[in-house]
Structures are given as structure tokens and as C-alpha cells.
Write a protein that binds this ligand. Structure first.
Ligand code: SAM
Length: 282
């Protein structure tokens, strides 16, 4: 893999976080189902197209794209995380889908396929230099190609991420104020900034489509306990609780259960979430 200034993120996604995402794959794909559906509908993959899925992770969107473009098309899943790529390859094999899952940094990846469509579900917010990375994606696209990706809106509009931090605030050490544009899940929350990044990188006809949705983080026999598990594995609170140690984790479980019970709706727990679906053309 060619290294760029994304080395810190590459290490991050190849460490514990990558393994957690593998273990959480089913649950994340369930929770993000509404995003996947809306993203694929906007991307509108066509039979025979060359498609690139950036930051494909364990491959949920790549698998769907491969089915949509059929045997005459070619789907490539690109990611820096070896554990997630291994999971994606396993899933494609099980479905007898011919997909190339490549280990590579999207900021510097090159091939001469000429992509008609570049898609990403939450895989493009981790670049140290987003303009350079999107300029690289532009070089991979044929003239007129479509770009279509999902990224999170502001933390305040994503209670699934902020509620755990809020209810656990007094149990955890004060969190340092983070740079809102630093690589991470919320780096693309400011739609105007993202539009400028895309335009500076050469993309045109940039549109940000707002998608609010209910993110199901708990289901099954005990949806509240399930949602607590989710909050302790994925999102900003998960790492903070882990670092704080086992005693804090016991108290955190109790607190989270009380708070998340308020979001139970029958057999599931769903929290407000909001994403941007960006579309653009090369
Ligand atoms: C939030 S996960 C999303 C994974 C997958 N698209 C999904 O929706 O389940 C972000 C993904 O982006 C990948 N990623 C981060 N930086 C990357 C880079 N520079 N090039 C390619 N992939 C990258 C990570 O390894 C990770 O799989």
C-alpha cells in the first residue's frame, strides 16, 4: 500500500477499531440501512458500469453495487483496513460475487479503469488533505462520472453519537475540544465546506441532500441492553469508557440503559440521526 499523510488513520483502521467494525458488521449494516438505500438510489448504478466504493469497509455497499451493475460491469472496493477487507472478501465469496477488494489509500490510489461511478458510505471523512484526495478521485473518474457519498451532519443532529457522551459526561474525564475539521466521522458535517472541497478538487454540480433518519441501535429480546452494547462499541463514548476502566463501565451501562429506554419503540431502540448525501459530477 502506498503511504500518504493518512498514516495515522491507516494505523487506526487496522487496529482494534477495524476488528470492532468487523464484529459489528451486521449491526452497523442494519442501523445504516436507510442510508444505504438512499445512497444507492441517488447513485443509480447501471448495468455494465465501472464502480469504485471508497472506504468500502466490510463491503455492504460494494456488494449491492456489484449486483446492480451485473456481470458486464466491474465493482472495486478500496479500503485501508485489512481486517475489514478480509470480511468484505468473505462476504463476496459467499455470494459468488466477483469483486476486487483492494488495500489502498484513496488519496493516492491509482489505476486506469476509468470509473463511471464513485460511491462511499462514510468512507471519505478521514483524509488529512481532503482536496488532494478528492482530486485523486477525480483523476480516477471518466468525464461526466458521478460521485455519490454519505457523511454525517453535525454531532448535535446525531443523538446516537452525542447522547452517550452527554449522559456519561460526569463519569468521564473532560474531553479535549476537538478540531471539527480534523479527520473523523464528523469532519464533513459542514456542507458548505464540503462543497468547496469538492469544487476545489475539480468536481462540479455539487449538491448536498439532507437525510434525517431513525438509527436503530438496539433490537432483539432486550432492545435496550442491545442499544447499550452498541453505544459501548461504536461512537465517541465507546473509546472514552474503555479508557476509563471497568468500574466506570459498570456505571456507564446503568446510565445508558436508563437514557436509552426513553428511545425504545416496541421491539427496538432508535435514535435521531442525520446525514448528508453528496452528489457531484466529474
Ligand atoms: C466509518 S467506516 C465505513 C466503512 C463502510 N463504508 C461502511 O459503511 O460500513 C470508514 C472506512 O473508511 C476507511 N478509510 C479511512 N481512510 C481511508 C483512506 N484514506 N482510503 C481508503 N479507505 C479509508 C476505513 O478503513 C473504514 O473502513
Amino acid at each position: 500500500m502506498t503511504l500518504s499523510d493518512n498514516a495515522a488513520q491507516i494505523e487506526y483502521w487496522n487496529g482494534k477499531v477495524g476488528e470492532t467494525w468487523v464484529r459489528m458488521q451486521d449491526r452497523m449494516d442494519h442501523a445504516l440501512g436507510p442510508v444505504t438505500a438512499a445512497l444507492l438510489s441517488l447513485a443509480a448504478p447501471q448495468a455494465g458500469e465501472q464502480v469504485l466504493d471508497v472506504g468500502c469497509g466490510s463491503g455492504e455497499t460494494t456488494l449491492a453495487l456489484a449486483v446492480a451493475i451485473g456481470d458486464d460491469g466491474a465493482a472495486v472496493g478500496l479500503d485501508v483496513s485489512e481486517p475489514l477487507l478480509a470480511r468484505a472478501r468473505e462476504r463476496a465469496d459467499a455470494l459468488l460475487l466477483d469483486i476486487d477488494f483492494i488495500a489502498g489509500d484513496a488519496a493516492v490510489f491509482s489505476d486506469d479503469s476509468g470509473y463511471d461511478l464513485i460511491v462511499s458510505r462514510f468512507g471519505v471523512m478521514f483524509f488529512a488533505d481532503p482536496v488532494a484526495a478528492f482530486a485523486n478521485l477525480f483523476r480516477l473518474a471518466v468525464p461526466g462520472a458521478r460521485l455519490c457519498f454519505a457523511c454525517w451532519q453535525m454531532p448535535a443532529d446525531n443523538l446516537w453519537a452525542t447522547l452517550p457522551m452527554t449522559v456519561l459526561a460526569d463519569l468521564l474525564p473532560a474531553q479535549p475540544a476537538a478540531d471539527p475539521h480534523a479527520p473523523g466521522p464528523f469532519a464533513f458535517a459542514d456542507a458548505e465546506r464540503v462543497a468547496t472541497i469538492l469544487t476545489d478538487a475539480g468536481w462540479q454540480d455539487v449538491i448536498a441532500h439532507a437525510l434525517p433518519f431513525a438509527m436503530v441501535t438496539g433490537s432483539g429480546d432486550d432492545p435496550v441492553a442491545d442499544a447499550v452494547q452498541f453505544s459501548l462499541r461504536i461512537g465517541p463514548a465507546a473509546r472514552a469508557v474503555k479508557e476509563a476502566g471497568p468500574q466506570v463501565e459498570v456505571a456507564a451501562r446503568q446510565r445508558l440503559a436508563e437514557a436509552l429506554a426513553g428511545y425504545r419503540d416496541g421491539d427496538h431502540v432508535a435514535l435521531p440521526a442525520a446525514v448528508w448525501l453528496f452528489t457531484a459530477r466529474a
